[in-house]
Structure formats: C-alpha cells, structure tokens
Design a protein around this ligand. Structure first.
Ligand SMILES: [Zn+2]
Length: 199
C-alpha cells in the first residue's frame, strides 16, 4: 500500500507546481480557490441586475438568458488575458471631462457596453460588473494598463533572466541541431555522411 502511494506521488510530478496550476485554473475559471496564504476566495457568481428605473434600460436590452451567456462566455474562457481583452473591448475610457476632479465625472469617464449579435449596447456600470461577477477595481486596472504591463508584472520575481538565457540557449542548440541534421540529410544520397562540412 505504501509502495503504491509512493509511486503515485512520483508520477504526479511536483506537488507545489500542480497546486499552483490548479489554483490558477480555478481562479481564471471563476471557481473557488485558496490563495498561497490560505485565504479562501469563493466562486464567482452573477449578481443582480440594475434597477428597473435605469436610464439605459439594461435589463430590457439584455435578457436574463443573454446575461447568463455573457457570464458563461467570460468565465469559460479560463484565461486572464482573454478576459482582460473582453473588458478592454467593452469598456471605453472617455478622456475629456468637464470637471476632472469631481468623483461623479470620474465615474462617467467610462462607457460600459455588452455585445449583441451585430452590435453592442451601452449598459450601466452596475449591470456590467454584476453580470460578469467582477469588481470595479479589476476593470479600472485593466482599462488603464496595457497588456504588456500585466505580462511584466506576472513575470516579476520569476527569475526572468535565467529563463531568458535558458530559452535562448535552447533555441541556439535546437537551430544548431536542425542545421546539422539538414546537412546530413541533403548529403545522404551521395553517401558522404562522414565528410559533412560545418554549416
Ligand atoms: Zn442599468
């Protein structure tokens, strides 16, 4: 029994890495996950619609089924880059404001939209955030930053120089092997494999 257990553990690879991948996958798919510090994050759920008196008539333009589909599409992507891309495509940052210092105008700077089959319609902030089950902070960060900022942030503290060197070296070796191999192949019909010139 203990032998079997040991074998299984060996086959599963690095448990830390496995846990990390699992955590990331659950997080990106909006499922419940536990952070490395032990904090439990509940699964993402769609929250209530905006009020019936909303001037953009969000719930008239987007039925409950359409909301379900948007929520599902967003989370089933299971990929933070694609999710940020969705947010960027559907939240427009309005740059000009009459009163840039007031809180109200800061809120109005963003125009939230959801896609329809052949167009898209503006929705209010509450409807946008609640339908996706996300927070305002995520939208703010995503709209204000470029994808490159996220990539460099993700790679921080992950020994990038080491990885870069390793990848560059691996590519060099691969290219070298490839060139060597193609020389040998091209000379095969003549049967002069031993006299392959350096490529
Ligand atoms: Zn609304």
């Amino acid at each position: 029994m203990s032998n079997e257990k040991q074998k299984t553990r060996k086959r599963s690879g690095d448990p830390q890495q496995w846990k990390k991948n699992m955590r990331k996958r659950n997080k990106d798919e909006g499922k419940e996950y536990i952070s490395p510090t032990g904090k439990k994050f509940p699964a993402k759920v769609m929250r209530s619609s905006c009020s019936n008196s909303c001037w953009l008539k969000c719930s008239e333009n987007f039925s409950r089924e359409m909301r379900d589909q948007i929520f599902l599409d967003y989370w089933s992507a299971g990929d933070a880059v694609r999710q940020r891309d969705f947010i960027r495509r559907n939240v427009i940052n309005r740059s000009s404001t009459k009163h840039p210092s007031s809180k109200q105008s800061q809120r109005q700077r963003k125009v939230y939209t959801f896609p329809l089959p052949n167009s898209r319609k503006p929705v209010c902030r509450t409807f946008f955030l609640n339908t996706l089950g996300i927070g305002a902070k995520l939208v703010r960060y995503t709209v204000e930053k470029n994808e490159g900022d996220f990539i460099s942030a993700d790679q921080r503290g992950k020994h990038t120089p080491y990885n870069k060197t390793a990848v560059a070296e691996a590519n060099l070796i691969r290219d070298h092997i490839k060139s060597f191999f193609s020389c040998r192949v091209s000379l095969l019909p003549q049967g002069e494999q031993q006299e392959v010139p350096p490529c």
